[in-house]
Write a protein that binds this ligand. Sequence first.
Ligand code: ZN
Length: 554
Amino acid sequence: MSASLIITNASLLTMDPARPRAAAIAVDGNRIVKLGSHAEVMAEKGASTRVVDAGGGSVIPGFVEGHMHLFAGAGELSHLQLYGTRGFAELKARVEAYIRQHPGDDLIIGEQADYVIIGEHEPLSRHHLDAVVKDRPILVFSPDHHTAWANTIALERAGLLKGRKLGPGNEIVMGADGLAQGELREGEAINPVRALSREGGRDRLGLVTGGEPEPYPGKAEFESDLRIMAAGLAHAAAHGITFIQNMDGNLYTLELLEELEKRGQLTARVRVPFHFKNFMDLAVLEKAAAMAARYRSPMLSSGFVKLFMDGVVDSGTAVMVDDYADRPGWRGEPLFEAERFARIAVAADRLGLQIAVHAIGDGAVRTVLDGYEAARKANGQRDSRHRVEHVEVIHPDDIPRFADLGVIASMQPPHPPGCHGLPLEPYLSKIGEARWPYAFAWKALREAGARLVFGTDWPVSDIDPMWSLQSAMTRGRWTDAMPDNRQSLHQALQSYTADGAYAGFMEGQTGVLKEGMLADLCVLPVDLENTDPATFKSIRPRMTVCDGRVVFEG
Ligand SMILES: [Zn+2]
């Protein structure tokens, strides 16, 4: 028997401690069949074997993206992109250029507007947006997507201009004139404006409501959604990603991916959760269990429940143990009461489901850990691999609890202020200097034995794992008194490959280059160990292989 694909003249970083390096790798079908020297691996060559010369570049396990939003990110690829925009004049120019290319009267949706897009001391308002475009609705999202800003016509049409009563944690910011100022915090405030779009919004249902599209999309809409999803998958494949852990979902998302798999277009393994919203009843967990039972293949699986415990720091919706530094008396409002969350955790854990909870403030992180502890007490210790998503601020007392409870810390190297070109403010003032050492505390968590998995939260941040590795390895300190959180190449890769596979219950199958394992890998044009990490952002994969198939070639 001979190999289907051989990659040689490579610097393999296998992430397998038993054999960390090799010079060549052979794949047959969807499996890795040989690792070793050039001569050893070339012995597997047959008449139809494709041989690729890696030119001395690194070959690594395919990236496991630990936290992202595939369908929503794919939907955004066609939106107005405002990353890096500074000041009113540049905002106006970019919107006008977009309008020239996208005439009509549909809602304009902008992405990646910084909280300080106008200036450090001047929050974006509907008046700024009116001065950019008055007669067409526009909605502009912050990078974290937890805040958005709308112009007057958008607020009027959505019925928000005079304010509206919303659930806890959601807010329409009101101006001194008694009308909405333009800033909308969290889903219940933002969604009525988002709904003005003719796009349909099916790409965001898994995020916004966790529900299914109603009525069920017709053939044309379904095909259109397949095209959007395929574009998102192609974007991931071009960045070397072979395993996506999606952090929003519904059955519809899985059905689209299932159809793409049938058509041979599923270019990455995807794991999709059931999204449990705070207005849902415990009984919905039956649907989560049904999704888990129906989708359990190595390419497409469900099996976990996603929840949001809080919002984000910049808008003051993250939940803190103590008061925000810039707002005495305010600690944020949790989206689930502690007792209720514990009941959900116990019930989901009992059904054998993994749980992943967005928790950014140290108060939210604590409540989630308490819930996981309650689940362990009620159901006994099992291989649950529950996760906390983001863990942006942690109380020092809670750092050892990750290892104690076997909980995974899912963190995003692009997110610390100062990384990925993010501004330091308002973040640092909001948490206050006393909390800085406990913000994005990669080093302290690792040293305390926690397992870290990395991702980008795309489309919150750029999907590029190379840029993410760069931020993980070069992150600066906000003061000299802070711990140095920079990660080694090996640590960062471990969190992006082997530990990511573990978090997705796929260790022993992927995340490591080893004979007998599934062939998921990424060929890079440079030897990472001899390349300055400050330049990683510019490195594009030459080839991505998932399940033995070449899914991208540059
Ligand atoms: Zn997310």
